[in-house]
Write a protein that binds this ligand. Sequence first.
Ligand code: FMN
Length: 400
Amino acid sequence: MPYAGGYQSQVFAAGGSPFPFTVQGLEDAAREKLPAPHFDYIAGGAGRERTVAANVDAFARWGLNYRILRDGKPGVPSYTVLDTPMAMPVLLAPAGVADLAHPEAERAAARAAADTGVVQVLSSATSTALEDVAEAAPEGRRWFQFAWPDDEKLARSLIDRAENAGYSAIVLQGDCHVAGWRTRELDSAFFPFQRAHGMGNYLSDRRFRELAVMGPRPARGAALDPAEVVAAAATWNRLYTRPALHPGDLALLRAWTDLPVIVKGVCRPDEATLLADAGADALIVSNHGGRQLDSGLAALDCLPGVVAAVGGRVPVLFDSGIRTGTDVLIALALGASAVMIGRPWLYGLAIGGQEGVTHVLRCLEAEFTGALALTGHRDPATLSPADLTPVTTPSNRRAR
Ligand SMILES: Cc1cc2nc3c(=O)[nH]c(=O)nc-3n(C[C@H](O)[C@H](O)[C@H](O)COP(=O)(O)O)c2cc1C
């Protein structure tokens, strides 16, 4: 009986791992490691966090159909979405201010992603400039999540920089036209951007510095003086992001870049249709991990409608609530081409930097690969709703 992905064998051979394997263990370890406001910024969501909980709980309403007397040998070794090869259909979701979790932030994540063959989707609001992240793992594959700033020259500068640094797709953030009501942040009065966290791409941008009336970019790693922090935070707050975006704006983005354009944050079938008509190359069903709108639908419940509306015209990716390899399988069976994880990689980063992120990805890979074989598949592309049975009274609800 082989261990899928090989990670189990390695863990047993090494006599264990410094990192936890359960979902709850990972979150608890991150909570223990980080200052409370940092942990709360990462873990928290909007309002009462009902959407955050719904995202995770939705997976327990599906049971995977188990199949026996099958071939357990490794199947398809890699996977491709929008011409980007990936070792498994899991990407690192864009997450700003990763330096709240670990000083090596996105660079550590870039190295972990490159080591595991996973695509890193880099946030606009990173701690580190996008060029420096690319340089940290030149062999890695990466897409750039674009938060459209309210200044056209800055917008074009960010897109050009991403393209020049080797990012191979633009992921347009569609769901941040207003800030979520984040109660944990309010309780701790900790808003990272007020302290110039998450501005790596802006502080390194000539146009941003011009708008913030700051001098030329200082040497890498040089600290900002307090007046610069105030100027940068005020300018960022004013420009991040354009308050209004429409499907028609995709045409402008297309005029600026030849890279594929993916829209993130789609939850409604009618909007999915409009975006596919407007020329989006792919969509990401996501509710931002429940960080924007409370009392929202679970993202997973939005997935089948969007997949049906798009009718195979463009790939549909998914995030919000993926915690395990079997969650990946469920989302793929419901029609996702690939999924992204947000908090799990940040927790991994918090507890072990690059190694922690690698651990999270290898756990997902091993569990996903094993579950794929146990449901009778050798290629994720053959998953379908026939692999699932709705569970009306979830007995498997409590995630550890
Ligand atoms: C701390 C944190 C920061 C995030 N920053 C961004 C961001 O800058 N841009 C973006 O599009 N999404 C951002 N997200 C949302 C993620 O891309 C993703 O949609 C979400 O985390 C998925 O849900 P999950 O955390 O349940 O996996 C952030 C999420 C977290 C937890």
